[in-house]
Ligand binder design. Structure first.
Ligand code: NAD
Length: 352
């Protein structure tokens, strides 16, 4: 079972069976009744180093749902760190967001004590629902925190890595380095999508963009001469590259048959609705840059800051996304397998 498929398989959660099957090491739960903290830390692997992964702070209907999410995300982080060749394992934290939150700093301090108790095997970071201020509060309690305020926004690094990964797919498919005149459709021009658009504009690509935020698309029209496309149509336009940079699960049974692009290369997480959609794309001769490989720039940045490596080292590492994406495309053709499967195999080899 791969990274995208660990969800919802459990009406009854046989936890030890699940942990063993998914290659897990540890699952930790913490309750702090003073602050209302209900937190989970799932550590998939520490074989390559401490398990770095964000802390998600959202509402869940049940603790089972929260545990399943933590497991799924932690395994994904192991694969992402391994395929990116970082000296890190994979883990993830989930804090179940209470309906009424009275003391946010207190809650994150209690979470900080939980992280501290794990002795550095888990390093926390930003994720959905957490903000840099939360990380700063956690860092008052424990040093095991990446992505604090002074580490900066990861989006430019994610955009740079996505740009280089996209270039690798173009080189592989069209046999050219130059993106001049290449037509790229970007779905979602928020923090990363906008910066990707800027990189592409600078090298002469033609852009079509969509976003549910009207100001976001108007900015791209004004600054880059981008054509604005309705959100429900962007996946189907006639273009060379489709760059999903908004939501997950946008590559699915409804959208894939309509895609005209030869390449899919964008930063969004969990783009394949189901694991088998990697094969469906391959059957349609569409090259798919696996999401967790191409969007690793932000993680590489956070990891290099945490490990006190130089900015040059971080930049070199992000450059490496070009080579790994190119290698994945080559192996997919050689072994006649989807790129998503090849990426998982590379990660699994490195996790052994
Ligand atoms: P963001 O929220 O800044 O941007 C997302 C954009 O998508 C927003 O402008 C939003 O209005 C737009 N959007 C939402 N629904 C849409 C729809 N149906 N059609 C078109 N546009 C829509 O987020 P971001 O930080 O740019 O991240 C984008 C994606 O990349 C997310 O999936 C995120 O998980 C992933 N990612 C981001 C980073 C990072 O460093 N920020 C790192 C790795 C992965």
């Amino acid at each position: 079972m791969g990274v995208t498929e660990i969800h919802a398989a459990t009406a009854t959660l046989d936890i030890f069976h699940r942990l063993e099957k998914e290659g897990f090491g540890e699952l930790h739960l913490k309750v702090d009744s003073t602050t209302g903290l209900h937190a989970i830390v799932a550590i998939h692997s520490t074989k390559r180093g401490p398990a770095l992964g964000g802390c998600r702070f959202i509402h869940y209907d049940s603790s089972e749902e929260a545990i399943v999410d933590a497991l799924r995300l932690a395994k994904g982080m192991s694969y992402k760190a391994a395929v990116s060749n970082l000296p890190l394992g994979g883990g993830k934290a989930v804090i179940m967001k209470p309906l009424h939150l009275n003391n946010r700093p207190g809650l994150f301090k209690a979470f900080g004590r939980f992280v501290q108790d794990l002795g550095g095997r888990y390093i926390t970071a930003l994720d959905s629902g957490t903000v840099l201020d939360d990380m700063d509060i956690i860092s008052e309690i424990t040093p095991y925190v990446a992505s604090k305020t002074n580490d900066g926004d990861p989006s430019p690094y994610t955009a740079q890595g996505t740009f280089r990964g996209l270039q690798a797919t173009v080189k592989y498919h069209f046999k050219k380095e130059n993106l001049n005149g290449l037509h790229v459709a970007i779905q979602g021009v928020g923090a990363v999508g906008y910066l990707l658009a800027r990189h592409l504009h600078e090298v002469g690509a033609t852009l079509s963009v969509s976003d549910i935020d009207k100001d976001a698309v108007l900015r791209c029209q004004q600054e880059f001469g981008a054509t604005i496309v309705e959100p429900h149509q962007i996946h189907a336009i006639d273009c060379d590259v489709l760059a999903p940079c908004a939501l997950g699960a946008t590559l699915n049974d409804d959208t894939i048959p309509a895609i005209k692009a030869k390449i899919i290369a964008g930063c969004a997480n969990n783009q394949l609705a189901r694991e088998h959609h990697g094969q469906v794309l391959r059957d349609r001769h569409i090259i798919y840059a696996p999401d967790y490989v191409i969007n690793a720039g932000g993680l590489i940045h956070a990891a290099t800051r945490y490990l006190h490596l130089s900015d040059d080292k971080a930049a070199q590492h992000i450059e490496g996304i070009y080579d790994i994406i190119y290698t994945i495309c080559e192996r997919a053709d050689k072994l006649n397998q989807p790129t998503s499967v090849i990426a998982n195999h590379i990660a699994e080899e490195r996790l052994k």
